[in-house]
Write a protein that binds this ligand. Structure first.
Ligand code: MLT
Ligand code: MN
Ligand code: ZN
Length: 303
């Protein structure tokens, strides 16, 4: 299985346009060893030619341009054959508008709560009806697996997660199953499994089971500390209130991953305030010591 990290940053990317935090300031000044990041998205494929896009970030245009396997082979074409949305957050969906030139309807797989958000509060699907149109495919969340036409040899299983619906959603403070999901991608021929959950607020039994069975987990790396935004003087919001399990501390992602899986452990959706963005920081060293990798834009993972 081929996995391409198109974007490894959280909403806003790194550096964020209006942010002058310790990290954003230093990356602009060139005084920090680290990498710039676009907003989180990956693509997966079995044959390296036909790809499923997970989430469509506002940065999708440059992400696909930097990814030759997605480039057209005929006059109007793309290696991206379908799109699966993890949630209806702005950083995961706005890029759909950038795909409006598609000559065929976009084949979009998402849960019912996500479909509802994207036809009401943030009506991207309705808008796209005036451009390329959308073929919506409902996602089963009952543990049953499904396949996607043209994405051969991959089998998908999705489950609901505790995280957060977007601020614009009527579910922001009234969680519904399917507002956010985690997905197991299995290559049928090899049995190799990826577990992808870029927005993960709590590790429930279905998450533990998916992690234990995975050859690679690619999970929420948004914040190092629960009070990171407050510490940075930016906002009072806690990581957990935003639906993101922080890495440090009791019950944090480092502790979870230590016992969760013997597979590769990789973080994605990293916020610009997170000290792990500094490759010389002690927090980054702590991840190295725990065998946890930090994904980066353009990273290729082969399972
Ligand atoms: C999140 O992951 O919490 C959101 O994408 C935040 C945002 O909209 O920027
Ligand atoms: Mn996000
Ligand atoms: Zn910043």
């Amino acid at each position: 299985m081929h996995i391409r990290v198109l974007g490894s940053g959280a909403g806003g990317g790194f550096p964020q346009w209006n942010c002058n935090c310790h990290n954003c300031k230093r990356i602009r000044a060139g005084t920090m060893r680290g990498q710039r990041r676009t907003q989180s998205s990956i693509a997966v494929s079995s044959d390296g030619e036909n790809w499923l896009l997970f989430n469509a970030s506002p940065d999708i245009r440059s992400q696909l341009e930097a990814f030759p396997a997605s480039h057209p082979r005929s006059l109007r074409d793309s290696g991206i054959k379908a799109i699966l949305l993890i949630d209806s957050q702005i950083d995961h969906t706005t890029g759909l508008l950038m795909l409006r030139e598609s000559t065929a309807p976009l084949e979009i797989y998402c849960s019912e709560p996500v479909r509802r958000d994207l036809t009401t509060g943030f009506p991207l699907f309705n808008m796209l009806e005036h451009y390329c149109k959308v073929n919506h495919h409902p996602l089963p969340l009952d543990g049953s697996s499904f396949t996607i036409p043209r994405i051969d040899d991959l089998r998908f299983t999705a489950h609901a997660l505790i995280s957060k619906a977007p601020p614009y959603s009527p579910h922001r403070h009234d969680p519904h199953p399917g507002d956010n999901i985690g997905v197991v991608v299995e290559q049928i021929s090899s049995g190799k499994k990826l577990y992808y959950a870029p927005g993960l607020g709590a590790v429930e039994p279905q998450v533990s089971a998916a992690m234990a069975a995975a050859d690679c987990v690619l999970v929420d790396g948004t914040f190092w500390r629960n009070d990171e935004m407050g510490q940075a003087g930016i906002a009072d919001k806690l990581a957990l209130d935003l639906g993101h399990l922080p890495q440090s501390g009791e019950g944090g992602m480092i502790e979870v991953l230590a016992s969760a899986t013997s597979g590769r452990k990789i973080l994605i959706h990293i916020n610009n305030t997170n000290p792990i963005l500094d490759e010389d920081a002690p927090e980054r060293k702590a991840l190295d010591d725990a065998g946890i990798e930090v994904s980066f834009d353009g990273m290729e993972i082969t399972l």
